[in-house]
Design a protein around this ligand. Structure first.
Ligand code: HDD
Length: 750
């Protein structure tokens, strides 16, 4: 009997079973049932490899959509091999001079294995290092056909995309829910060449000229001496920069608002920031700004939730994106454009369209929907896809061109340049995730990591040796259009236009557009961040900026800092608020949100089944929380009082009043030495207190109602009780469409 063969047989038969068992469950796998909303967070043993890991998807020049078979596979065949394909008998023991002897230099397998491992890491992105990605599909409505000749925007066209969301400041391993701008970069694999829309979740940027980008990033990244703080703007160098370069004040206001702490990547807007130029089939041009509008509405965390999550689940946004897609709650956005006439002044309603610190309020130029994005597939391999994807604002299809925005102009240089270091050479477009789906026939040759074996001898034009190939595209062959914009006769000069000097009016516009609750959050954010600074002069300088934006804002932050509020040094701008900027006061679908349900072994199982069904039917995910793991009747427990924390749930239902357990935290009055009068587990009380404080809906029936009494929240807004669990959940569901129970926050900031 050959033991090696016996082991191989066992392993192969197990692998077959796993593949068989898994195949129908993979969303989007050929022949599988359409994905349905399942429980993404059900505890389970680590999953075996997904079936598709056998053949990592590889982009081919002609595109995966055409069904062209992959040209390369990550793993081929069942046997362990060296990188050269020689089969190996043993990878667990070095080659030694006897069992107790020294390791031999000739062990080429040992050296290959360790050398490769030693070089597994590549430099993280200099900004936006922390990210999460997903595949999806973009479908055009055709509404942009009159302004652009871009083929992928023709009615009904479907284009595969890859999206990478990110924070800006933190390192690769930093937490997701820090206060920061978020990246929202989309790669459209169009059949006329790749289009990268390298956007953020805020419509303005810190600086007006790319030459300052290294400076703002140096100021915002951790201090160079101790390398702290990580992924934070709450430190001296950041506030030093933004108070000295006052053009940053508008973007900083967005950062201090709830937009700086999104609830989920799925609930973020996205903005191309710059004005782009579109050109249609007739050669007519228009200026446009790109907007992504999330189907679920804009929704943010509250600051305490964000802080707790940094410890409890630093991967909160990454997990949320992955879980939602795996559960079939595919995130959706509409792409829209604001369209402006392409006039020589490049302004609209007096707003300079080349100034990336300015928005054009939607009330002045509506966002017109031009297509829909659905993210429906998670990456197979984080490194290969999310880490190696390389975006570039210069990846443009015919019909979309750049403008002279000086920030955009600098970006046109930076993105390719940075990949040369990060992805080690000029051939990063050949990495599978970066390969265009349009046919490529360039004259770029050689370089590190060249994957193509180019045939022919004449990579130059014109030539007489390769039959003249490649040929220039004619007007009818969908060539890229460099719009022949007139360049002004002007002296060569290091200077911005005078219109770029207005640094406060739009920060004021944003502030005045916020609801009282949102203003309150902004005040607290400034107070927190400036309170973390050590230098008095920096706090005072930033207060001066706030005085120039709004006296109420300035006075409130000054009070929090214990400093006098300065008087404005510029006249306060007379601006019209833009209600579209506020997140409050609208209703949104609740798809993919999580509802925690507190249960005990005594809970009525029929009612639990009924509530779970109702939650699923509302396209949400119910998570049972109990004092122990395992099962309650025939239902799985997904969180225990030890593993669950309020910040994971968007709403809480109480079906029971769990008594204190031996492993519970000490209750408050027990700490003081008094007898513990609480009859409910203090961890459940904490759950309720936090969910209440974070303004989330709470529902209770039966014994659950007594928990509300002990937590002291009975009768407050958004706390629902009743005899019928169905009715209670119905009201909770309704409350969730507002995202939060806003009434629980203080009513005004006066
Ligand atoms: Fe940038 C990455 C968005 C200004 C230089 N940027 C990067 C990413 C996003 C943005 C979403 C992450 C892409 C990914 O997921 O791989 N950046 C913006 C926006 C800006 C902006 C919306 C202003 C409107 N960026 C900007 C300037 C410069 C850069 C002015 C340089 C002059 N950005 C970079 C970079 C990065 C980058 C260094 C780092 C990693 C990468 O490009 O691939 O080139």
């Amino acid at each position: 009997r050959n033991p090696a063969k016996a082991v191989k047989d066992v392993v192969e038969s197990a692998a077959e079973k796993v593949t068989e068992a898994l195949t129908p469950q993979v969303p989007g796998a050929p022949g599988s049932a359409p994905p349905s909303l399942a429980e993404p967070t059900t505890p389970h043993d680590p999953l075996p490899p997904k079936p598709e890991q056998g053949t990592p998807q590889t982009r081919t020049p002609t595109g995966a959509k055409t069904g062209t078979p992959p040209t390369a596979k990550g793993q081929q065949g069942p046997f362990l091999t060296t990188a050269q394909g020689a089969r190996l008998r043993d990878t667990d023991h070095s080659l030694k001079a006897g069992p107790r002897g020294p390791v031999l230099l000739q062990d080429h397998h040992l050296r290959e294995k360790i050398t490769h491992f030693d070089h597994e890491r590549i430099p993280e992105r200099v900004v936006h290092a922390r990210g999460a990605g997903a595949h999806g599909l973009f479908t055009a409505y055709g509404t942009a056909e009159n302004v652009t000749r871009a083929g992928f925007l023709r009615k009904g066209r479907e284009t595969e995309v890859f999206v990478r969301f990110s924070t800006v400041l933190g390192s690769r391993g930093s937490a997701d829910t820090v206060r920061d701008t978020r990246g929202f970069a989309t790669k459209f694999y169009t059949d006329e060449g790749t289009f990268d829309l390298v956007a953020n979740n805020m419509p303005v940027f810190f600086i007006q000229d790319a030459i300052k980008f290294p400076d703002i990033i140096h100021a915002a990244k951790p201090h160079p001496d101790r390398e702290i703080p990580q992924a934070q703007s709450a430190h001296d160098t950041f506030w030093d920069f933004v108070s000295l370069h006052t053009e940053a004040q508008h973007h900083t206001m967005w950062n201090m608002s709830d937009r700086g702490i999104p609830r989920s990547y799925r609930t973020m807007e996205g903005f191309g920031v710059h004005t782009f130029r579109m050109v249609n089939a007739a050669g007519e041009t228009a200026l446009v700004k790109f907007h992504w509008k999330p189907k679920l509405g804009v929704h943010s965390l509250v600051w305490e939730e964000a802080q707790l999550l940094n410890g409890i689940d630093p991967d909160f946004h990454r997990r949320d994106l992955y879980d939602a897609i795996e559960a079939g709650a595919f995130p959706e956005w509409e792409l829209g454009i604001q369209v402006f006439p392409d006039t020589p002044e490049e302004t609209f309603a007096g707003i300079d369209l080349l100034d990336p610190t300015k928005i054009v309020p939607e009330e002045l130029a509506p966002v017109q929907p031009i297509g829909k994005l659905v993210l429906n597939r998670t990456p197979t391999n984080f490194f290969a896809e999310t880490e190696q994807v390389a975006f570039h604002v210069g990846h443009l299809p015919p019909g979309i061109d750049v403008t002279n925005d000086p920030l955009l102009q600098g970006r046109l240089f930076s993105y390719v340049d940075t990949q040369l270091t990060r992805l080690a050479g000029p051939n990063f477009s050949q990495i599978p995730i970066n390969r265009p789906h349009a046919a490529v026939n360039d004259m770029l040759r050689d370089g590190f990591h060249q994957h193509a074996i180019h045939a022919g001898v004449a990579p130059y034009r014109p030539n007489s040796l390769d039959g003249g190939n490649p040929f220039p595209a004619g007007d009818d062959d969908h060539p890229f259009v460099d719009v022949p914009v007139q360049v002004a006769q002007a002296p060569k000069i290091r200077q911005s236009p005078a219109s770029f000097d207005d640094h406060f009016s739009q920060a004021r516009l944003f502030w005045l557009s916020m609801s009282p609750v949102e203003q309150e959050h902004i005040i607290r954010a400034y107070t927190f961040e400036l309170g973390k600074c050590y230098h008095q002069a920096i706090k005072e300088r930033q207060l001066q900026c706030l005085a120039n934006i709004d006296p109420v804002l300035c006075a409130q932050v000054a009070t929090g800092l214990g400093l006098p509020a300065p008087k404005p040094t510029v006249p306060l701008a007379d601006v019209e608020p833009s209600p579209a900027l506020s997140q409050v006061g609208r209703q949104w679908p609740v798809d993919g949100r999580t509802v925690g349900i507190v249960v005990t072994d005594d809970s009525d199982l029929d009612t639990l089944h009924q509530v779970r069904r109702a939650v699923f039917a509302a396209d949400m995910v119910p998570l049972l929380i109990a004092g122990h793991g395992g099962m309650i009747g025939d239902l799985p427990v997904q969180r225990t009082f030890a593993t669950g924390r309020s910040v994971e749930f968007d709403a809480l239902l109480l079906a029971a009043a769990p008594p204190p357990a031996p492993d519970a935290l000490p209750a408050r009055d027990a700490k003081a030495g008094a007898a513990n009068s609480a009859t409910v587990d203090p961890r459940v009380l904490l759950l309720v207190e936090e969910v209440w404080r974070h303004a989330k809906a709470i529902g209770a029936w039966g014994a659950g109602v007594t928990v509300l009494d002990q937590a002291g929240v009975t009768g407050s807004p958004g706390v629902v009780t009743g005899d019928s669990a169905d009715d209670v959940f119905g009201t909770v569901q309704q409350l969730m469409t507002n995202h939060r129970v806003w009434e629980r926050f203080p009513a005004s900031v006066g």
